[in-house]
Design a protein around this ligand. Structure first.
Ligand SMILES: Cc1ncc(COP(=O)(O)O)c(C=O)c1O
Length: 399
């Protein structure tokens, strides 16, 4: 195979299109899909050498596959990571990291308000006596105070979902380094097109590739990225023995999705800012949360660590009490004809959801209140339609 691997001096947009390609002797221009569960060996001795790790070559798609390798090497180039491993979903990526870093009796510190299923996953691991403490995302002092002698991982998602709170990744990595604990960042909302956590000091990045890496709502996928030692010694055995492998077809979709990541994220961000500014001017809207708005509490920090604001914004409908705020929010959802009423995000199609009754509905009301998720809050993942049409659609239910 001819290997068109990335040359370090290539810039982001070139790496997104050209890195990770392994051309076969057929000379195909587009990356091929290797839909095969296993790979053949030249002889018994060759098989033995590959199994013993003494010869290179693919064995079985649970451990490695050339199409997955294309996606992994391309994403590693974009995140600036030594290594990347693809997984079947974002949740399996987070689970693999948790399993790789902890054992019975260990402790995790996590940002309040991370994706609801991530919190459910951490709760599931309480059965193995692995406890999680939740801390305010934007308060580094609280992170430092929550660390115990048995803490094995700091986990953060920034900007947060749905409140778009921004964590100071440099400050958190400094705390992590001081205590010798890895900082794990879920970079789902920004993607490496807008934010590169490893360059800001983080140790491990996880992705729900289902979202903006694919970008068109087609396939599930996930990824873990980090340094060689962690990836080869700690993560790879978990993936090999637990088997949350990505399908080659999905890996191909994701590798092709990366080719347009940068222009998509720029346009998502421009559209989201236009919609956020318009929402700010609507009398029935109490508050708009979007990191690129000057009114956002961590606007300066977002500008320092992100290249643009991303696709996701949240806004709050006014109301005399919780019941009225919920009714007003639901009226906006029900008035939409263009925006899709779905909890997913990361699509060219704009989506709208009421977090308190959907994605974050399983949290206790107290936990929701702490994470700033009220009954009047709506989350919009702004797509690539014309922003004027998105605003007109929202206007119908605003009152
Ligand atoms: C921030 C974040 N992380 C992880 C996940 C889980 O990803 P997946 O659905 O691919 O398992 C999601 C899904 O919505 C998410 O929004």
């Amino acid at each position: 195979m001819q290997d068109d691997d990335q040359t370090p001096e290539y810039r982001f947009d070139t790496l997104a299109i050209r890195s990770g390609v392994e051309r076969t002797p057929f000379g195909e221009h587009t990356e091929p899909i290797f839909l095969t569960s296993s790979f053949v060996h030249d002889s018994a001795a060759h098989a033995a050498a590959k199994f013993a790790g003494e010869a290179d070559g693919y064995i079985y798609s649970r451990f490695g596959n050339p199409t997955l390798r294309t996606f992994e090497r391309r994403l590693a180039a974009l995140e600036g990571a030594d290594e990347c491993r693809a997984t079947a979903s974002g949740m399996s990526a987070i689970m693999a990291v948790l399993v790789s870093l902890t054992r019975t009796g260990d402790h995790v510190v996590c940002a309040q308000g991370v994706f609801g299923t991530t919190q459910q996953l951490f709760a599931l691991f309480e059965r193995y006596d692995i406890e999680t403490s939740y801390v305010p995302l934007s308060d580094p002092e609280a992170w430092a105070a929550a660390i115990r002698p048995n803490t094995r991982m700091l986990f953060v998602e920034t900007p947060s979902n749905p409140s778009t709170e921004v964590a100071d990744l440099r400050a958190l990595s400094e705390i992590a380094r001081r205590h010798g604990i890895p900082l794990v960042v879920d970079n789902c909302f920004c993607t490496p097109a807008l934010q590169r956590p490893l360059a800001l000091g983080a140790d491990i990045v996880v992705h729900s590739a289902t979202k903006y890496l694919d970008g068109q709502g087609r396939v599930l996928g996930g990824a873990v990225l980090g340094g060689n030692q962690y990836m080869n010694e700690k993560l790879q055995p978990v993936l090999r023995y637990c088997g949350p492998a990505l399908s080659a077809f999905n890996a191909w979709m994701l590798a092709k999705g990366l080719e347009t990541l940068s222009i998509r994220m720029q346009r998502h961000s421009e559209n989201a800012l236009a919609v956020a500014r318009w929402l700010q001017a609507q009398p029935s809207v109490e508050k708009v949360r979007y990191p690129w708005l000057e009114s956002h509490p961590q606007h300066a920090l977002a500008r320092a660590q992100q290249d643009a604001g991303g696709a996701v914004l949240a806004f709050e409908m006014a109301g005399a009490d919780d019941a009225e705020r919920r009714a007003n929010a639901w009226r906006v959802v029900d008035g939409c004809r263009l925006l899709s009423i779905t909890a997913n995000l990361g699509d060219v199609k704009s989506t709208i959801t009421h977090p308190a009754s959907t994605t974050h509905g399983r949290m206790s009301p107290e936990a929701r209140a702490t994470a700033g998720i009220g009954e009047g809050m709506l989350r919009v993942a702004v797509g690539l339609e014309d922003p004027a049409d998105i605003c007109a659609d929202l206007a119908r239910g605003l009152g």
